[in-house]
Design a protein around this ligand. Sequence first.
Ligand code: OFO
Length: 182
Amino acid sequence: MSQHNHSKRSLSIEVEKLLNEQIVLEGKSSASYLSMASWCETEGYANASNFLYAHSDEERGHMLKLFSYINEAGGHALQPEITNIKHKFSSLREVFEDVLEHEIHVTKSIHEIVDHCLSNKDFSTFSYLQWFVTEQREEESLARRILEIFDIIGEDGVGLWTIDQEIGKISAAQAAAASAGA
Ligand code: OFO
């Protein structure tokens, strides 16, 4: 059916636009983490690499959640153009510093949309986005935890190898929690 049925629309044009911008960010998260995973793999950080491959998939899942919500609410979710992906990193620490910085940016964006929805009485989107609010809190604290490991263990000698092992443990715990919740 080519005709878009506007009588079914419950989403304002403004919120549709904001959610499509959020799709760009989630797509960028997914693409960036895929690039980081690949770099880690080429550098021999197998656990960090697995963690980031899985994280890239998760971010694609977040993007698809927004696709469903927008389209079910009568809008049109748009496949984003993803550009400017960083491919090279100077260290493993830099990878996770970038993750944290990106997640802080994503959190800010979610909060701005939530704020807009509340001020404009779009309680449906406001409520839907609570899942993202919680998710962002968890993702930021996970990135901080990983960066703390660098500080605690130190990067000299077998430090980086040990850090990669610790990231593997976090990754396994995440996978176990996800399958328990599935
Ligand atoms: Fe989509 O949770 Fe991070 O970015």
